[in-house]
Design a protein around this ligand. Structure first.
Ligand SMILES: Nc1ncnc2c1ncn2[C@@H]1O[C@H](COP(=O)(O)OP(=O)(O)OP(=O)(O)O)[C@@H](O)[C@H]1O
Ligand SMILES: [Mg+2]
Length: 370
């Protein structure tokens, strides 16, 4: 077992998505969540994710989270962290501020909460990390670094706010055919301050991340293809001040800040070609799993707390060998509490037998809760 235990032993959901009310006890190791399509397996993982981040992984707006028949939801999780029992309660009522209570004490700032309860989630839609636009990959880096450093998280929040304000200013200059350089410079200066901090974190983080990722891809998945991740940032070539002054005219015409850490990207290659274009579905999925497991390893290493691992429908498109590799891997003490969803309970039981899995619980969500 890892030195610092961290797990959820019970969760109670009220009006969370399709659940009316449900109370579930979990194993501190492996949890298999089974049941038919639409029963709420993904929603349950999202509720666990919500506990760790006070927001949904699937729905960007809280408005879609309460059961359609109601206007509030509540999540109550009883967790163990460092041998200490803690309760996390999240209450939401439409049109009101969300309430987060840890051991009945209200937490007012998200920054106080984020990173305390590390968690890594993998859902089918995450293939957007490979197939989608650069903002998905930035979000992936941001989600780890925000869990690792409050300085990163706060600077990112400020950067995004200033960026939106600077863009609005550029737009108003354009529309009013006016220009006030001193005013623009105030925003540029603030962007530079936060941007440099963010860039340095990202650069250092990727230096650690890439070798871990390579090892996982090659050792665990026995992938013998050559794979690479390259960090792409304007700031690797030129310092941020130069980028901003060079772009001033261009920004005014485009009515937005055209370059900065908000245009950073990661380039994923397989045998020197973009994996998005040439990778098979299984190879892409293996790449994705390796990305997320490397995220897991680094979080665990840096925080000295094993993150929760939430795996939604990950077996789809993977061959039997890769499925077994994953199951054997998560059955080792490298991982702590893991949640795996799958429609077919019988298939899960067979996999458990074949891979000699111990310390697990199967939770069949059964018929839909009304
Ligand atoms: N706010 C909400 N209120 C009520 N129902 C909702 C809400 N949001 C989503 N649902 C519904 O909840 C159900 C459960 O969805 P979920 O994605 O958790 O199912 P699942 O068990 O993961 O299914 P699958 O096996 O197809 O992945 C779906 O019918 C979905 O439409
Ligand atoms: Mg699902």
């Amino acid at each position: 077992m890892p030195e610092t235990p961290f797990y959820i032993h019970n969760i109670k959901l009220t009006n969370f998505k399709n659940f009316g009310f449900i109370s579930l006890d979990f194993s501190e190791n492996l949890n298999f969540i089974t049941g038919n399509n639409g029963i709420g397996k993904t929603s349950l993982l999202d509720a666990v994710y919500y506990t760790c981040f006070t927001k949904s992984y699937l729905t960007s707006s809280d408005l879609l989270v309460p059961n359609f028949k109601d206007d509030f939801f509540r999540i109550e999780s009883n967790i163990v962290l460092n041998t200490e029992n803690q309760s996390i309660e999240i209450k939401y009522l439409k049109q009101e501020k969300k309430e987060v209570l840890v051991n009945k004490v209200r937490i007012d700032k998200q920054a106080e909460f984020i990173g305390k309860y590390p968690c890594v989630i993998i859902i089918p839609d995450d293939n957007q990390l490979i197939l989608g636009g650069s903002e998905v990959r930035r979000k992936f880096i941001d989600s780890t670094l925000s869990q690792l450093s409050r300085e990163y998280f706060t600077n990112l929040v400020i950067y995004n706010k200033i960026l939106a304000q600077r863009n609005a200013l550029l737009k108003s200059f354009y529309e009013n055919r006016s220009f006030n350089k001193d005013l623009l410079d105030i925003y540029t200066q603030k962007l530079l301050e936060c941007g440099k901090i963010i860039f340095n974190y990202r650069k250092q983080y990727l230096q650690k991340f890439v070798p871990i990722f390579q090892t996982i891809y090659q050792q665990i998945f026995k992938g013998n293809e050559s794979i690479s991740i390259t960090y792409e940032s304007e700031l690797l070539l030129t310092d941020f001040e130069t980028v901003m002054s060079k772009n001033e005219q261009q920004d005014r015409t485009a009515q937005r800040t055209t370059e900065g850490i908000h245009t950073d990207d990661l380039v994923f290659e397989l045998n020197n070609f973009p994996i998005r274009k040439i990778g098979s579905q299984g190879q892409q999925k293996t790449f994705l799993l390796s990305l997320k497991l490397a995220q897991y390893e680094l979080l665990k290493l840096e925080k000295q707390v094993p993150p929760l691992l939430l795996l939604d429908d990950i077996f789809d498109k993977l061959d039997v060998e890769r499925i077994s590799s994953i199951l054997r891997l998560i059955n080792t003490d490298r991982f702590s509490q893991v949640f795996i969803t799958h429609t077919d309970e019988k298939a899960i039981q067979a996999l458990i037998r074949e891979n000699e899995i111990q310390n697990y619980k199967i939770i069949n969500l059964g018929p839909l809760q009304k």
